[in-house]
Unconditional design. Sequence first.
Lengths: 417, 162
Amino acid sequence: MNAAVPMLHAAPAFDVARIREDFPILRLRVYDRPLVYLDNAASSQMPQQVIDRLVRYQTTQHANIHRAVHYLSETATAEYAKARHKLRNFIHAGEDREVIFTSGTTDAINLVMHGYGRKFIGAGDEIILTTLEHHSNIVPWQMLAEEKGARIRVVPIDDSGELLIEEYEKLFTERTRFVGVSHVSNALGSINPVKQMIAFAHERGVPVLVDGAQAAPHMPIDVVDLDCDFYAFSGHKLCGPTGIGILYGKADFLERMQPFKGGGDMILSVTFEKTTYNTIPHKFEAGTPPIAAAIGFGAAVDYLSAIGMDEIAVHEQELLRYATEQIQVLPGVRVIGNARNKAAVLSFVIDGIHPHDVGTLLNQEGVAVRTGHHCAQPVMQRYGIPATSRASFAFYNSLAEVDALVEGIRRVQQVFA
Amino acid sequence: MMADPKTLYQEVILDHNRKPRNYGVLEHPSHQAEGVNPLCGDHIKVTLAVAGETIARIAFHGESCAICKASASMMTAAVKGRTRAEAEVLTQDFLAMATGKSSLDQLSRIGRLAVFAGVRDLPMRVKCAILPWHTLHAAFHSVASVSTEADADPMQAPIGNA
């Protein structure tokens, strides 16, 4: 009977104020106003716990890994392996060796393109992508298609920003060899039905790569339940350092793939006659990896797991609901992307005001949003707009920050009135 | 340390954005070029009717942010009736101002265009302000289109002294 009672600024079950204390950067002031950081889809901020972990590694544990028998090398090697194990648990993968450290999502997708695509995709073969993809899940496949004479087919979206699943299913032919799909759209926030799409592809023997860059920071990920063949995401969007990410791949796929980069660590033995590659995951980690970043990434998923990915998802949904409600009633403001299933990303356009002007003026209010095409030009083309302003939320954002965004938009409109 | 963007969005800029001068496309231009900023989607076309050495008429058209549109509008007003050589000098002056590298001589010539001086503190917006001038330069030099993401990034490379 209390169902209709508004929950506006309800008592926090999720203690945002407490969580914000972990993030030193959130105390910053911009133009003498409190920073309102709403560009989390581009990169998230780092809690003190992760910063401390990086400092501890660098001050007490650093040496090169897999090299020497001395104390520091053994410590660093063990910590690097531990980080891999944490990432594996975070995505519920079956084995540690299915987690490959990469420099980020882009690097992970390029690894699949070179390691799997160049070996198993040939002339006349078809690769299915979607309109919602970030450029990093389009361009590598275009490069492959050009090299091999393969063809790219694109799943369209409806006006709300949802993939047209019937159209997806119709794209499959005898020549379909691969599917690449984002779990969550970076430009619109749409959560794609990847589990259903993977099952459909697998019935036809087609492997699927999921770009999880915008999903892993915001919801629990279970790669075994999804049954994806590859899953990629970045550390820096998940409270970790830049320069690190992972590619999850099913072990049998990774074993059949060719290495992408050659060098140290990825070999078992080298002579000028023959080189024997190392086992996975090392086969794909040539050279000295970003050890500190990997360990920081491990600390970041520890931090998030301690808060709870389910709890994070619930709080972010509340932020999205409140922000959507507040913004869509502003005259002259249009939200782009209204998928039924959405992550906390709010893309919008304001009548008569270019997103770049919106971004510059919001910045003056201390509000950081992204403006532009969000490296997803096909999405912009679909809506016939050059760019949007995008507010993207993280679990450390508060309802008061949504209010600051809304007030900021009002002020932008006043300047242009 | 940080410039207040309010100083950029002055009434004169907002006015030119609202009511751009010389907005449109000339029918039989002697010179024309298109300019794009792929990062934000700014896209403008500049058409000119040059009689002898004098810019008799000039127009611009396109979709862009307020900074780019106001800059284009004020550019057309500033160079109309001037010689091509004067317009080229003003182009150099404007670029120098937008990137914070003006000499005193240049500052003394810039006049009303000084309202754009604030962009020098907003690196992401410099390209918006200078795109019209780049497009004008391209039109004079018969380059069909320019992009702020071309090899010669206007942020780094000065417009050549032809």
